[in-house]
Write a protein that binds this ligand. Structure first.
Ligand SMILES: Nc1ncnc2c1ncn2[C@@H]1O[C@H](COP(=O)(O)OP(=O)(O)OP(=O)(O)O)[C@@H](O)[C@H]1O
Ligand SMILES: C[C@@](O)(CCO)CC(=O)[O-]
Length: 561
């Protein structure tokens, strides 16, 4: 699937970005003089299976510059168990097909700069590589290896970074500056931990189709992109390539995830780790934290790739406030609240049992109904905990009237997003009012009842959502100020496009290079997805999103075709 054009996020144009430079002005590869390709860069081509650099090298014979490459990583939703997970119960989170994309382009070696261009938050900054605190990061006892597990940020390293963060966006309102500093800190901490003083000068351009601060794990997704790009550059990863053994794929994902967690810590302070785990590995995971000891993290490779409707209330909320509400309820009504939290934990366990049963059939309507019922029950319990919001209830009401699926709030609640798992195409036996669907004959949906041929043609078991019901729903949601996304649940984790060259339907020999400026100019989600080669197609005999040229580590399958 492709996320729809209903994304309302302002499309960054690349213009009007606040520019802040410490030592050098921003230099794009297009502006830089062509130099001979440094041997060091050549040696940094990752092992992505096929002779990946060939098309770009063929096309740009005159240009010895290293071709740009891209990485991408998904956002996430909590499908079951939010809030209960804070109190030691399990939760299940899954990747969504809204993603962040990081484009890495190389400058000639005469430049000694590293630049971040993050237009979604209107941040652009260039540092002089030689002026960064390499000595502190490389000091004995401080230097980390790419395979190390880092579980806390080092205060001395943070202190050494501070002067280099202080110069980022110095003159903007404090609230926006905090956002800039969080992203810049995440980048710089990873850059100094993984790269080296001899690192080639680069520009890192990031764009995301994941709305920020909506509970969809945008920060984890960008941390995964940064971590994977840097690990690829230092050749610390193998693949991704077809037929890579699952254990080897898992190892690469684990490496990326470890450093993504460090990036998340720079943004979040004290993340649980569930978001970056899903953003790295994709699909879905069961997650449970314990007072003592490491969390229980079980990848759910059998989680079905389901079409998902995601609606953003655009109601700002604080996760901390919603979590505190539940804590207060627990204090005032301990037995009742504990029972509700236990019940939510049982919902997660119940879904987990089904998903991991040896005879689990992700295609079966009965399985989907079981998972859908759990979604409905979970939402009811979250309402009982007091973490819904009138806007979330309104969204649920509008969607329930169409009968298209099972809806719940996702994440902290109090605003943020609602998710709807779309019902499968009804079989004739399941049609009619007996399926529990409410038919709103007074509304424009009356011509698209779920038992009508029109409705049957859209309530899809594939990844594409198209129908009058959804169109009319979209209008209603928009009229009330909500933002709707059509996405897919349980898709891929980190993806790599090396080099950033696509055919995109044209016959140009060697393909078309995605350069930094094209990437910045792409409009909205649709523009970005078109540019990076996302189309609807058939993979593994199922209609789903296809990403031309991209490669993924997929521990759940051995052949990516
Ligand atoms: N597209 C982006 N470009 C640059 N920075 C981003 C981008 N998306 C997210 N960030 C960084 O991540 C921060 C958002 O993290 P936050 O945890 O508040 O929201 P979230 O990750 O979307 O939601 P949640 O953690 O509740 O799932 C932003 O303040 C910014 O620093
Ligand atoms: C509400 C909560 O369970 C989910 C927030 O996305 C909080 C948390 O797990 O940290």
């Amino acid at each position: 699937m492709s996320a729809t054009g209903s994304l309302r996020k302002k499309a960054p144009s690349g213009r009007g970005i606040l520019k802040h430079t410490t030592s050098h002005s921003t230099q794009t590869p297009e502006q830089s003089p062509i130099d001979s390709m440094p041997a060091q860069l050549l040696s940094q081509i990752p092992q992505t299976g096929a002779p990946a650099t060939k098309p770009a090298m063929q096309r740009k014979q005159s240009s010895p510059m290293m071709p740009p490459f891209m990485v991408s990583s998904p956002g996430k939703v909590i499908v079951y168990g939010e809030h209960a997970v804070v109190h030691g119960k399990p939760a299940i989170a899954a990747a969504i097909s809204l993603r962040s994309y990081l484009h890495v382009s190389f400058l000639s070696k005469s430049h000694r700069t590293v630049t971040i261009r993050f237009p979604d938050i209107e941040l652009e900054h260039t540092w002089n590589i030689d002026e960064l605190p390499w000595d502190v990061f490389n000091a004995p006892g401080k230097k980390k290896h790419y395979y190390d597990l880092v579980t806390s940020l080092d205060p001395e390293l943070l202190e050494a970074l501070q002067p280099h963060l202080d110069v980022v966006s110095p003159k903007i309102p404090e609230s926006i500056r905090k956002i800039h500093h969080a992203s810049a800190c995440s980048f710089l901490y990873l850059f100094l931990s993984l790269a080296s003083r001899k690192t080639p000068p680069c520009v890192y351009t990031l764009r995301s189709t994941i709305p920020l601060r909506a509970g969809l794990g945008s920060s984890a997704s960008i941390s995964v992109c940064i971590s994977s790009a840097l690990l690829l550059q230092i050749r610390a990863l193998s693949g991704p390539h077809q037929d890579q053994p699952p254990q080897e794929s898992e190892l690469q994902i684990e490496r990326i995830n470890r450093w993504a967690f460090v990036g998340e810590m720079c943004i979040h302070g004290n993340p649980s780790g569930i978001d970056n785990t899903v953003a790295s590995g994709g699909k879905a995971v069961l997650y449970q934290k314990f007072k003592n000891g490491p969390p229980r993290i079980v990848p759910l490779h059998s989680f079905p790739e389901l079409p998902l409707l995601l609606v953003n209330t655009r109601q700002s909320r604080s996760t901390a406030v919603e979590v505190a509400k539940v804590a207060t309820l627990l204090e005032n009504h301990p037995i009742l609240t504990e029972n509700i939290l236990d019940a939510i934990g049982q919902i997660t366990e119940s879904a987990y049992k089904l998903l991991t049963a040896p005879d689990f059939d992700p295609e079966s309507h009965a399985s989907l109904k079981y998972l859908g019922d759990l979604v409905t029950i979970n939402h009811g319990l979250l309402v009982s905990l007091g973490v819904s919001h009138p806007k979330l209830e309104r969204i649920r009401e509008l969607i329930d009237h169409t009968g298209i699926g099972w809806t719940k709030l996702t994440g902290a609640g109090g605003g943020g997003c609602a998710i709807t798992i779309i019902k499968p195409r009804p079989t004739s036996a399941a049609n009619g009012n007996g399926n529990g669907v409410h038919h709103d004959h007074s509304s424009s949906e009356s011509d698209s009842e779920p038992d009508s041929p029109v409705a049957a043609s859209i309530i899809s078991s594939g990844t594409k959502l198209k129908h009058a019901i959804l169109d009319s729903l979209e209008v209603k949601l928009e009229n009330e100020g909500f933002e709707k996304f059509e996405t897919t649940l349980a898709g891929d984790g980190v993806g790599v496009l090396w080099p950033a060259v696509l055919h995109n339907g044209n016959e140009e020999e060697g393909g078309e290079e995605i350069d930094q400026e094209k990437f910045l100019r792409a409009e909205g989600t649709e523009g970005i997805e078109r540019l990076v080669g996302v189309t609807n197609g058939i993979r593994k005999n199922v209609e789903r999103e296809v990403r031309e040229g991209w490669k993924f580590w997929r521990p759940w399958e051995t052949n990516q075709n």
